[in-house]
Design a protein around this ligand. Structure first.
Ligand code: WT7
Length: 634
């Protein structure tokens, strides 16, 4: 395979080249793709506006690089092996040829329903092959997909639809999750009541539950594709044409739509997929993420399919119908590469070794983790009991905004250390700065993680609000992309990600803004105000701790019932993933004289570290600190 690094020496060599001649380095890699027209210039950039363009004036279609580029060699190879939520339902296998035809057919369907290049399409689907088909069909005709995780509430979905002015929504009647199933179309119906931009809804039949189909607006997927051809001409896209929008939480306000464009994202996701996982033809790769997150976009759909890999896709949850389900799937499909989140490992580790024992797991070659720091204990468990001490673990650090993996070992090549993402991938130039923005050089330093040079899949903007992109990522430290993460570089130059340094919490690998959760809680009619902080959680990594001040006349309500009722509100506004793990009612929040909530104190209480709360005498209301401490059990 082209551009494959095979040794540690090779890595250092490639890394050096990527820093001394980034344009030459990426041009060589881009050469291996299929272009309708080559680029005029490799890179234009400044981090002040910011403005970043890769492969300037190149023309291509990303789906031609998945299909046409590979069909000669592996038309009959499996592209997707799908495993149902229900172990008794047959797996589905789609070869590259079959996937190609389904993508073409659905692309034609979208065109028939008025979708044109540049239109935004929302995808709100369970983990079924049609999710990949829908994304690729958009890419084929130049429509911009905005996939929304199917666990988000109607209100969250409506916000995302309106922000991007979505024309058409693709959903399913319902979704299975473990022993339960729930309606998706009904959530879409509720959402689009608030969205005048939506003209059509295409509905995949999955659970068979009854849904209310509105004439002229709603169409069943199976009806819509019926008379469509399986031949479709790919739209000619510019390198910098938008490929997708993906919403993600930040420290302020509503989630923002991170924008990725075509060529740079394509080159980078395939390159990192091949090198980090050291994937070889014939290997079976499984990433357990949901396509609703960036991990699903880059490493279930684009990266592996661009590389011509075979990808396992799983609809269900790790604990249904039993807690050995992941391991059963690995044996069943002879998975060689398994990529999951530390939170899943910790959750399964908690069931002990019994659920692992019945499985051989001897097909495995490489293990990966993503989404949050992995603690040494979980790392060792994964390494010993799943990888049988013979599979390298790639702890991959990256973000929605980075599009692809940034700091990560290359499997079997980079010596690993538990809890370390190790070394930057070729093309990635990290810089550690202190709070004043001064670079901390040399090894054995700790500070804020920035990147000083663009890589091909860096975000280009936040949809509809470029200034927000500049402010969030490019204004904290002049001339640098700021990640929001704290990091430590050790004596060997290895990077260890310490977690967010902003008001973002990482719950089970999902990113949530504290302000976003507070806004949701505050929608409860009996809530006066609230403050949300993260706290260490054994399984989730971080849990959500909410300090809530009720309206005066609500203080007599039963606290248990109030908690349930606040949870229901959060469920409704964001979704179950944002439900607080702990809610503590108090009469006031500790505030400075200028009225700012002292989160530092609340964070300490939430962490259970109350011995030294620092100076509280400058507070407007120091007495509430005692009250809160007491209520929290100290
Ligand atoms: C944040 C990005 C990357 C896809 C999934 C999450 C944290 C991510 C690691 C890792 C420590 C990690 C960071 C980052 N994070 N991977 N290997 N070790 N922390 O994407 O939702 O955009 O979240 O996840 O804090 O900033 P995301």
């Amino acid at each position: 395979m082209l551009n494959r690094i095979h040794s540690l020496g090779g890595y250092f060599h490639e890394y050096q080249k990527s820093v001394s001649d980034p344009e030459g380095f990426w041009a060589d890699i881009a050469e291996t793709f299929f272009w309708r027209k080559k680029w005029d210039k490799v890179l234009n950039w400044n981090f002040d506006e910011p403005k970043i363009e890769w492969f300037v004036n190149g023309k291509l279609n990303i789906t031609e690089n998945i299909f046409e580029r590979h069909l000669f060699t592996h038309a009959d190879q499996a592209a997707i092996i799908w495993e149902s939520n229900n172990p008794n339902e047959d797996s589905r296998i789609l070869t590259y040829q079959e996937l190609y035809e389904k993508v073409n057919q659905f692309a034609n369907t979208l065109k028939t329903h008025g979708v044109k290049k540049g239109d935004r399409i929302a995808i709100y689907l369970p983990m079924v092959p049609e999710a990949s088909i829908a994304m690729l069909a958009c890419a084929k005709i130049g429509a911009v997909h905005s996939v929304v995780f199917a666990g988000f509430s109607a209100q969250s979905l409506a916000d995302r639809i309106n922000d991007a002015q979505v024309k058409l929504v693709i959903t399913a009647d319902g979704s299975y999750r473990g022993a339960k199933s729930f309606g998706l179309k009904s959530i879409v119906d509720e959402a689009v009541e608030k969205c005048s931009c939506v003209e059509k809804i295409i509905v995949l039949k999955r659970t068979g539950e009854s849904t209310n189909m509105i004439e002229k607006r709603d169409i069943w997927w199976h009806d819509a594709i019926q008379n469509e051809s399986t031949v479709c001409k790919a739209e000619l896209m510019d390198s910098e044409d938008m490929l997708f929008i993906l919403y993600t939480s930040g420290s302020t306000g509503k989630p923002k739509g991170v924008v990725h464009t075509t060529a740079g994202y394509m080159v980078y996701t395939q390159y990192t997929f091949q090198n980090v996982f050291q994937y070889n033809q014939g290997d079976i790769y499984w990433c357990s993420a949901d396509v609703g997150w960036v991990t699903g976009h880059s490493y279930i759909v684009y990266g592996p399919l661009l590389a011509g890999a075979t990808v396992v896709m799983f609809e269900g949850v790790p604990t249904y119908p039993h807690t050995g389900r992941f391991w059963e799937i690995i044996d069943k499909h002879k998975v060689t590469h398994f990529y999951t989140a530390p939170t899943a490992i910790r959750a399964l580790q908690a069931y002990g070794l019994e659920p692992v024992k019945p499985y051989k797991l001897d097909s495995l070659k490489v293990l990966g983790t993503v989404g949050e720091p992995i603690n040494a204990e979980a790392w060792h468990w994964y390494h010993t009991h799943i990888g049988k001490s013979k599979c390298p673990i790639v702890d991959t650090w990256w973000q929605t905004e980075t599009g692809g993996m940034m700091i990560s070992p290359l499997a079997g090549i980079t010596p690993t250390k538990p809890a370390y993402a190790t070394l930057p991938l070729p093309g990635i130039q990290p810089m550690i700065v202190d709070s004043e923005g001064k670079e901390l050089t040399g090894n054995a330093v700790e500070g804020n993680l920035c990147i000083k040079f663009p890589w091909p899949s860096i975000l280009r903007t936040t949809y509809g609000d470029h200034e927000r992109c500049r402010q969030t990522y490019f204004s904290t430290y002049k001339g640098l992309y700021f990640t929001g993460d704290g990091v430590k570089r050790d004596e060997d130059g290895y990077y260890r990600i310490l977690g967010r340094v902003d008001d973002v919490i990482n719950v089970s690998g999902h990113r949530l803004g504290t302000a976003e959760v507070e806004n949701a809680i505050n929608e409860h009619p009996l809530v006066n105000e609230s403050a949300v902080v993260g706290f260490p959680h054994d399984i989730k990594g971080q849990g959500i701790y909410a300090f809530v001040v009720l309206e005066r006349d609500a203080s007599t309500h039963d606290p248990e019932k109030m908690r349930d009722s606040v949870n229901i509100t959060v469920n409704k506004v964001i979704g179950a993933i944002a439900r607080p793990d702990k809610i503590l009612f108090c009469t006031a929040l500790p505030k400075t004289r200028s009225g700012k909530i002292m989160r530092r104190i609340l964070r300490k209480i939430a962490e259970g570290d109350v011995s030294n709360l620092g100076d509280i005498t400058t507070l407007l209301n120091p007495e509430v600190v005692e009250e809160i401490k007491k209520a929290a059990g100290f």
